[in-house]
Design a protein around this ligand. Structure first.
Ligand code: CA
Length: 411
C-alpha cells in the first residue's frame, strides 16, 4: 500500500498508521485531524466536502475540542472511517488530490490534548520494573510482593493534570525526608524522575456492576499513546505508606498527541510472556495480546544536546491491556469513553532498557554520562525528557511521534 503523498520511509505517520488527534491553526477552532507524513488531514474539511461515503456522519463531530464525541460513534463507524481515509490517501483518482487546503503542515499547527480524560488509572505491570523497585526499596531476595503475579496491581491517579506533549512541567514542591533525618522538610523535589509508559484510551463505556470479559476487553480500547508518568521520588518515598502514590505523581503526566488505533497496531501483535502461576479464570485470555513497540527515552539538555537514556519494548509486559481492563472491572467498576490507563513503567531485562532514572542510575548510585560530558542521577531543571515509540515489521512502520516535557524550576 502506497500513498500518492510524499511520505518518507522512516515517518512514524505512514499510510498504515493514520492516528487521530486534535489540532488548530492560528485562531481557528480545534478540530479532528489524522497525521499523515509531515502533514495533518483535516477531517472536518473532508466531511464538509462530502467525501465520506457515510452521509449520516455529523460533521460537527470533527469540529470539537476533544476526540470523545468521535470515539463515541463506536468502532462500527470509526474503523471503516479510518479505512476510507486510507483509500482516499492511496487511490490515484482521489478527490483529495485537488484539495491541498485540507492538508496542514504539522509544524504550522498546534496539537492539543486529544481526549477529555474522564478517569485515569496507572498499573504496575512490568515484571522487570516491579522487581527492580522491590530490590531498591525493600528486599533484594523477595523483590516481588506476593500479590504481583496474581493480579495487575494498579492505583487510581489524577486526570486533571495530564498534559499534552510540549507542555512545560514545573518541578513540584513537597515534604521529603533528608538523608539520615526523621523529620520532614518542605521544598522542591530533588529526585525528579520520568516513567516510560504507554497508555490506552477507552472508546466504549461499560455499565456499573457488569465486569468486562478479558476476551472482550479490546472492543473498549480505541487506541494507544506514549505516557510519561513524571515522578518525584523523594516525595513519593515519604508519602506512599500505606495508601500508595499521591503528590509524588499527580503534579503532571505527559501524553503524546496522536492516538494510534489498535487496528493500526494489528501487524505487531505478539505472544506475551508465559504467566506462572496460572492466573485465575477471569484473567485468562486467548490470542496475541502484547504488542511489539520499540520505546526510547531521550534527555535533551538546556543547550539542546540529546542523549538516549533507555531503549525498551512494550512486548515484555507481564500483564496485557485486556487483563488490566478485566481486572479493573471485575468488581463491577464501570469505565467511560475518555478514560486513560497507564501501563506502568516499562523496563526491559538489560540495564540500558530500564524505564526510569531510579532504575537506570540505581537510585542515584550509578550516574548516567550524557553526550555533553555532564552526568545525571535524576532530572535537572531545564532538562527535556522525550519519549518516542514505533513499531516496524516487513517495511510497515507505525509510530507514536513523541511525548516531550521540559522541567522548569519550582516557583
Ligand atoms: Ca507509573
Amino acid at each position: 500500500m502506497k500513498s500518492w503523498l510524499n511520505i518518507s520511509d522512516n515517518s512514524d505517520f505512514s499510510i498504515h498508521n493514520l492516528p487521530f488527534g486534535i489540532f488548530s491553526v492560528g485562531a481557528s477552532k480545534k478540530r479532528v485531524g489524522v497525521a499523515i507524513g509531515e502533514q495533518i488531514l483535516d477531517l472536518y474539511g473532508v466531511t464538509s466536502k462530502g467525501l465520506f461515503k457515510n452521509k449520516t456522519l455529523d460533521k460537527k463531530v470533527f469540529l470539537q475540542d476533544y476526540l470523545n464525541p468521535m470515539m463515541a460513534l463506536g468502532k462500527s463507524i470509526t474503523v471503516p472511517l479510518r479505512e476510507e481515509i486510507q483509500n482516499l490517501l492511496v487511490s490515484t483518482r482521489s478527490p483529495l488530490r485537488k484539495m491541498p487546503k485540507l492538508f496542514i503542515n504539522q509544524k504550522d499547527a498546534s496539537l492539543h490534548l486529544p481526549i477529555k480524560i474522564t478517569d485515569y488509572t496507572d498499573f504496575y505491570s512490568s515484571k522487570e520494573h516491579a522487581t527492580n523497585v522491590g530490590k531498591l526499596f525493600r528486599d533484594p531476595k523477595n523483590a516481588l510482593l506476593p500479590n504481583w503475579k496474581h493480579l495487575p496491581v494498579g492505583y487510581h491517579g489524577r486526570a486533571s493534570s495530564i498534559v499534552v506533549s510540549g507542555t512545560d512541567i514545573i518541578r513540584p514542591k513537597g515534604q521529603t525526608i533528608p538523608m539520615g533525618k526523621s523529620k520532614p522538610i518542605f521544598g522542591p523535589s530533588r529526585l525528579m524522575d520520568f516513567e516510560l509508559e504507554t497508555g490506552f484510551v477507552i472508546g466504549k463505556k461499560s455499565e456499573l456492576g457488569k465486569p468486562i470479559k478479558c476476551n472482550k476487553a479490546e472492543e473498549h480500547i480505541f487506541g494507544m499513546v506514549l505516557f510519561n508518568d513524571w515522578s518525584a521520588r523523594d516525595i513519593q518515598k515519604w508519602e506512599y505508606v500505606p495508601l500508595g502514590p499521591f503528590l509524588g505523581k499527580n503534579f503532571a503526566s505527559t501524553i503524546s498527541p496522536w492516538i494510534v488505533t489498535l487496528e493500526a497496531l494489528k501487524p505487531f501483535r505478539v505472544q506475551g510472556p508465559k504467566q506462572s502461576p496460572k492466573v485465575l479464570p477471569y484473567l485468562e485470555y486467548r490470542g496475541k495480546k502484547n504488542f511489539d513497540i520499540n520505546l526510547d527515552v531521550v534527555l535533551e539538555t538546556k543547550e539542546g544536546i540529546a542523549t538516549t537514556l533507555s531503549r525498551s519494548n512494550f512486548q515484555f509486559m507481564y500483564w496485557n491491556m485486556s487483563q488490566q481492563l478485566a481486572h479493573h472491572t471485575v468488581n463491577g467498576c464501570n469505565i467511560n469513553i475518555g478514560d486513560l490507563y497507564g501501563s506502568g513503567t516499562i523496563s526491559g531485562k538489560r540495564k540500558n532498557s530500564y524505564g526510569s532514572m531510579l532504575e537506570l542510575t540505581w537510585r542515584g548510585t550509578k550516574p548516567i554520562k550524557l553526550k555533553d560530558g555532564t552526568s545525571r542521577k535524576f532530572i535537572q531543571d531545564h532538562d527535556t525528557i522525550i519519549l518516542k515509540g514505533y513499531a516496524e515489521k516487513k517495511g510497515i512502520r507505525v509510530g507514536f511521534g513523541e511525548a516531550r516535557g521540559k522541567i522548569l524550576p519550582s516557583k
